[in-house]
Structure formats: C-alpha cells, structure tokens
Design a protein around this ligand. Sequence first.
Ligand code: GLC
Length: 507
Amino acid sequence: MMRLAFIAAECEPWAKAGGLADVVDALARALGRIPDGTGELVDVFLPRYRGVPVPEETRDTGAVVVPDPRAIGSRATVGVQETETHGYRLRLIDYPPAFDRADIYGYEDDPWRFGLFCRAALEVLRSDAVPPDVIHVHDWHACPAVLYRDLFYADDPLLRDAATMLTIHNLAYQGWIPRSELPQLGLDPDNRILAPDPAGLDLLWAGIEHADIVTTVSPGFAHEALTREGGFGLDGALRWKGDRFTGIINGIDADIWDPATDTDLAATYNRADRAGKATCRARLLAEVGLDPDDAGPVIGVIGRLDHQKGFDILADAADRAVIGGARLIVLGSGDSTIAAGLRDLAEGWPDAVVFIEKFDRALARRIYAGSDFFLMPSRFEPCGTGQMIAMRYGTPPIVHRTGGLRDTVIDETANPGQGTGFVFDEPTPASLLDGVRRAVEFFPYAGQHASEWEALVDRAMAVDFDWERSSAPAYMTAYRRAVEVARSGVPVAAGAAGDRAPVPTPP
Ligand code: GLC
C-alpha cells in the first residue's frame, strides 16, 4: 500500500488550461487501478476556482487555518471539500479571496494564491489519520509545498517522513517571486540559503532543489532539459540532481480516446475495421467547408496558438505546403498575431486552408478522426498528447523531432515499413515543409502505395500509450525510489553550500 497525495493547479474535468489537467486526472486514476499500484485512492488537491463544477456528493470536511499575510490577523481560514470521484479522492481547497476568480492563472498575485493553496494542502494532510508516503507536486504552482515541507514541517510527525516528488510538465513557466514579495508566501526575504539569487526566488528551481525526485514527462525532454539550450536556465539545477531527475512518458486514457466509442464522431471505427474513418473524413471536410470529394491529403492541426507550439512556423510554410497539394484544418486560439497570420492564410486559400479560432473539444475529436495527417510543429514539447491521440485515431502525425514528440513518433522515411508518422529535424519552415512533403508523397494518390499507407496507419493505431500499461507502473517505480531517497537521508536540500543546486542562469 502506498499513500499518494497530488498537489496541482489543474485537473480535468474540474479545471483545465492545458495538458497538465489531463495528466493529473488520468495518472491519479490509473495509479488507483493498476495491480501493482497504490492499493488505494490517490488524493488530488486542487483549488476550488470559480469555474469548478463541484460534484453534488461533495462534502465539507472542515477547515484549516494557515498563515496569510494578507488576512486580518495574518491567518486565513480555508475550507476543504472532498469527494471520491473519477477513481481518486478530489480535495478542493476553498478560499474565495484567492480562487473565486474567472481564470485559473494570470493574476499578478499568483505566487501568493498558489503558496496559500500549498500551505493549506499540507495542513489537510497533517490532519489525516495516515500520513502520505509521497507528496507529488506538479509544475511551479505546487512547488511551494515541497519548500514549506522542508522549512515548516521538518519536525512534523506526519509530514517529516513523506517523500517528495516534482513533475515538470512545462519548464518554461517557473513562478518568479521578487525578493520584496517573499513575505507574501511566508518566506523570509533575508534568507539567502532559501533564495540565493539576490533578485528573488524561482519557485520551480526551489522545487527542483527540495524534491527527493524530479521527473519530467518524457525521456527526450529530460535529455534536452539538461542542456543549456533546452534547460530554460534550470539545466544546472537539473544536472545537479543526477539520477534523481528522469523522464517518464505520459500516456493517454484509452477509454476516453477511442474511435470505437467516441460519440462526437460521425462514425466509429477501430483498427480492424476502419471504414468509419472515411465517413469521419467526408463529414469533417463538409463541416469545415472543404471539398469532401477531393482525395488529396488533409492535415489537421490543433493547439494553443503560442510560441511553444510553433503555429507561426506553420503559417510561414503553409503557402508552399498548399502548393504542394496539402489542405489544412487548423483549430486553436491564443496569440493574436499568430491568429491574424492564420486568418490571412485561410482567406488567401479558401479551398485549401481553414482556420477555426476557438477551443472546441468535440470538433477537436472530429479533426483527429477525419484528417489524414496530424501536424505538430512545436519548438519544444515536454510530452504532447495530440500525437498520441492522432495515432490512436489512425491519423499519422508529422512532428518536429523534440521532447516527447521524438519519443513517441517513428519516422517512416528513415525506417521504411516501421514508421508511425513523419519526423522533421528543425523548428523552421524549410524543415517542416520537408516533413510535409515526405508525408504527402507517401499518401496514396489513385491507389498508388495504398498498401504501404494502410500498413503505416495500422502501425500507428497499434501503438499502446495506455496509462495503466506503461506510464503508471513507471511512476510507481519512481515513487518507490523517492521513498528510498527520503529514507536514506541523501542530502536533498541540505543547505551546505557544496550541496546546493546552482542558481538559475538566464537561457
Ligand atoms: C504541458 C507540456 C506538454 C505536456 C503536458 C502534460 O502542457 O507543454 O508537452 O504533454 O504538459 O504533461
């Protein structure tokens, strides 16, 4: 038996801004379900944001009092609500001044909000009958929890022996606090051991330093994060972790993502019988206003329009991709400059490029199913889920060779007869076009190379990314290792100068 407590800012379907939410939800559930798993339900701590659809059976389980420099008397009374749902125990931290707001993130007091959240989660764990074996925090928002554990609960009988683990889903967001604001998190601005950088404290750095084990969401990204180019200023701290920093690839939930049961599709299908996929393709093209009778390759693209995801690279390459015979369906919202570029493109190529500027779960599913290829031009990608979903839906991905994309997609050109998609080397329009060209040439026109194509689609669909079979057992191994590290007393955040991780340097 192992008691695990997740602390995270997102968890699907309660609060989602990105892939973090899917992973927290799916991993928590898988761990409670696998044969060699935790043996009991995982706790998932989540702030009760305004938008959380609190399930009816949720019960109040009391309140905890935490230090809060902003509250009257410098103490805040924080409500806690719980429910066992979706295969885990959801524990909502309810403090309206911090969380009763329209959005999950984006406020200038985010460090205070998430600091308070973490402090409250630790107080709740402390009031439980059974202590957690591992406190598993996700991304910078939950890093104050490992810091607080070491600072304020090092002698607490329930929390002192818990192992701590940090998973980095996105290294680009680090939670920076200027030194003058450290008291907002209950931290001493004069403490140079805690925050050696004279300017302030990088919360992700603190999490890396204090956690017993640090993971990120693919081995490929773990490798890149250790380099100066890919480390976002934290490569030194990660190198210092040695073998206590590893990559574990994410999975996808094979029940949630299943073309055989997906009710948003025009027709269902499976690996053995893909007839329904042709129906999905025709209906998708009609839905977005493209010619369903044109047999040429259709490339789907879905995601947040931001620098990381490389949609601007696509916008620069798209004219030439269209001239080369591809049609594009792009779904996403975000950066207004990138959106304007994509809008111009769609206006210039009304028969070949469609840009739908929104986030639409059902349409996304129809694009995964109805496209011939799925393109991910991400500059960096710790794991990525789109490529795995696309494969499950029989839509070979075209991806940049980076992070989790390179770990999950096998390039057909370099490995004829063994590939699951197409991989290009650089985050540039020229390299992207090279990948698209190879994919388009492989696509069966008028029956040519039809059997090679069918075999490629079949291999893509055969890859098993299910959480329960691969990634969740890998996490169990990491938890056991975290417990070992915590017990062995390896100096994790010893404070002796020689043991300290280097302070982040700008990328
Ligand atoms: C972040 C990363 C993405 C990863 C997801 C879940 O959104 O950018 O690559 O798949 O977290 O771990």
